[in-house]
Design a protein around this ligand. Structure first.
Ligand code: NAG
Ligand code: NAG
Length: 346
């Protein structure tokens, strides 16, 4: 009998111990949840009056990613147009990308390279409803859906450089009813209609109207628009992935202003390392690429995202830093966005 009692007591003690530990863990857990709630609370607050009332983790992560103050409260932004009923979801960060890097030819090649890549990864604005359509990774394209952007019918999309991948074109036409004009001279397909909304032409985008050595027929954006009677039409989205021709294309579409009616602009840039990893971009190359991108910004195209292409990675022989030859860059034409949809970071 006494033996039985000792064992019983032991169990009792053990049970008490477990109970104390459990209560302790529950208290810690509740405290942690409370703390988490508190730190997120203010992020939700900014959306308090939002009409759609849909919050998703992407919104929040984008928000945190921006490096905005943790306590996000509408008073941190100054904009007289903001009504209490709609809180805009296009945020203009308080800096000019062009002022954030010092790209002068007096710098060493290493400094110029550093500055160029730093510049590529700056976002002057944040679109809180930024969705990648088409494939999630390579082949997808980011679209800003924050009002007043996004696709509502009738919408018009120009897409240059298709390759084998119709993911984006199919999705924007099927899910959003957009008309898509698609072009690619490199896939040797005849003109055809992929669907009642997608038309394909065996033509490409170029800096001048020309036929290349490979027999590709290239036209400038201005000529394409003229041919389709879209000179003054609003283009909801223009994307191009044209394997290094993008620099000449950019130069011509900035010079002739044919992108002025483009709401969202997306393209992949390539440095010379794209062709051969042991080639490297010279100081002049970097200066030219930088100048073209800043000219876009001077036209009021602001970058809302970028994507470094992981397949294009190489190690720079100049700086020893791992870089990528290829970045997708995503812009909004702020000339076509009413200020009431925009919040300015103070
Ligand atoms: C493709 O569709 C367009 C517009 O719907 C039409 O005008 C054109 O004739 C069609 N082309 C072909 C080759 O079916
Ligand atoms: C486009 O708009 C401009 C300026 O409003 C006008 O001068 C021009 O004739 C228009 N072009 C076409 C093709 O409609």
């Amino acid at each position: 009998m006494p033996q039985y009692f000792t064992i019983h007591r032991k169990y009792k003690l053990l049970l008490c111990g477990c109970l104390v530990v459990s209560v302790f863990l529950v208290v810690i857990g509740l405290f942690y949840i409370h703390k988490q709630r508190k730190s997120h609370q203010n992020i939700f607050e900014i959306d308090e009056y939002d009409d759609d009332g849909v919050y998703n983790s992407r919104d929040i992560s984008v928000f945190l990613d921006v490096g905005l103050p943790k306590r996000v409260n509408p008073n941190h932004f100054k904009n007289n147009h903001v009504s209490t009923r709609m809180v805009p979801k296009i945020l203009v960060n308080g800096f000019r990308a062009i002022h954030m890097v010092d790209m002068t030819p007096d710098h060493t090649p290493g400094q110029v390279e550093d500055n160029f890549y730093k510049y590529l990864e700056l976002k002057e604005i944040n679109c809180l409803d930024d969705r990648r359509l088409g494939h999630e990774h390579d082949g997808g394209w980011n679209v800003c859906f924050s009002p007043p952007l996004g696709f509502t019918m009738p919408c018009l999309i120009y897409s240059f450089g298709i390759g084998d991948d119709w993911g984006f074109e199919d999705q924007v036409s099927k899910s959003h009813g957009c008309q898509v004009l698609a072009f690619d001279p490199s896939i040797h397909k005849d003109d055809h209609n992929r669907s009642n909304l997608i038309q394909f032409r065996n033509l490409g985008l170029g800096g001048v109207n020309e036929v290349t050595e490979k027999g590709w027929h290239l036209k400038t954006l201005k000529t394409h628009l003229k041919d389709r009677k879209h000179t003054n039409a609003t283009i909801d989205y223009l994307k191009f992935d044209v394997e290094y021709y993008e620099w000449d294309c950019l130069q011509s579409m900035i010079w002739d202003q044919s992108i002025r009616n483009v709401k969202q602009l997306a393209f992949e840039i390539h440095t010379v390392e794209y062709f051969k990893q042991d080639m490297h971009a010279s100081k002049q190359d970097y200066m030219r690429m930088f100048k073209l991108l800043t000219q876009l910004e001077l036209m009021n195209f602001k970058r809302f995202n970028y994507r470094k292409n992981p397949f294009g990675e190489f190690r720079s022989t100049v700086t020893g830093v791992k870089r990528s030859c290829c970045y997708e860059l995503f812009y909004i034409n702020m000339n076509l966005v009413d200020l009431k949809y925009v919040l300015y970071a103070s």
